[in-house]
Design a protein around this ligand. Structure first.
Ligand code: CA
Length: 224
């Protein structure tokens, strides 16, 4: 099994790496959150051990970024704080397991082993809202059997909206999830992409699925 460990405390990272290697795992280590996505796009891992407090990009944000990029590698979150809120937030963001620090190494190893055994098939392959379908493996959208061509950014936007079906997505949440921006670039980027996406998925179809919520953001839903 090939494991990625993301931990900024070098001593802890080394400790974890050595323990996993002693179990026969191949281990890569990163120390910054913003290095994770580019690294994972180039290599397939069986599991990721992800610390929450990281420089560059925190673990929860990394996790959301991975999931919105359709990377379903099982993730074990590590946190120095064992608060319930953070655990719930982590699981909501797509973590598969959670281990508060300090932990016993044998427990970490057992949990990593369990995650590595899981198939990557636990993420839904097809998302549906009304008669709009999105295949997240093939990255193909279809509506009433008509294939809809999407650019990669439009795909990420549509997937985020469909995964959030019924929930309002704010512009800032969209900027973070789809573009990785944690700041407002001060442009109408989101609105431009929403307009393009709406033209592709809603124009000529009924019912309308992509709705604006004035002053708040956007929501995918089947209008009653
Ligand atoms: Ca840390």
């Amino acid at each position: 099994m090939h494991i990625l460990v993301v931990e900024d405390e070098k001593k802890t990272a080394t400790f974890i790496r050595k323990a996993l290697q002693a179990e026969g795992f191949a281990v890569d280590v990163l120390h910054r959150g913003d290095e994770v996505l580019p690294f994972v796009l180039g290599t397939t891992f069986d599991a990721i051990v992800l610390d929450i407090m990281l420089p560059g990009r925190d673990g929860l944000s990394v996790l959301r970024q991975l999931r919105s990029s359709e990377i379903s590698t099982p993730v074990l979150l590590l946190s120095a704080r064992g608060e319930v809120d953070e655990r719930v937030e982590g699981l909501n963001a797509g973590a598969d397991d959670y281990l508060p620090k300090p932990f016993v190494l044998s427990e970490l190893i057992a949990r990593v082993r369990a995650l590595g055994r899981r198939s990557s098939a636990h993420m839904p392959v097809e998302l549906r809202v009304g008669n709009l379908a999105l295949n997240t493996l093939a990255r193909e959208a279809t509506r009433e059997a008509a294939r809809i061509e999407l650019t990669s950014r439009e795909y990420l936007l549509l997937e985020f909206l469909m995964r959030s079906v019924g929930r309002i997505c704010s512009r800032s949440a969209i900027l973070e999830q789809v573009w990785g921006y944690t700041f407002d670039p001060g442009t109408n980027l989101v609105d431009v992409y929403i307009a393009r996406l709406r033209e592709k998925i809603d124009s000529g179809f009924k019912p309308k699925l992509l709705h604006s919520v004035r002053g708040v953001g956007y929501v995918m839903k089947v209008e009653e």
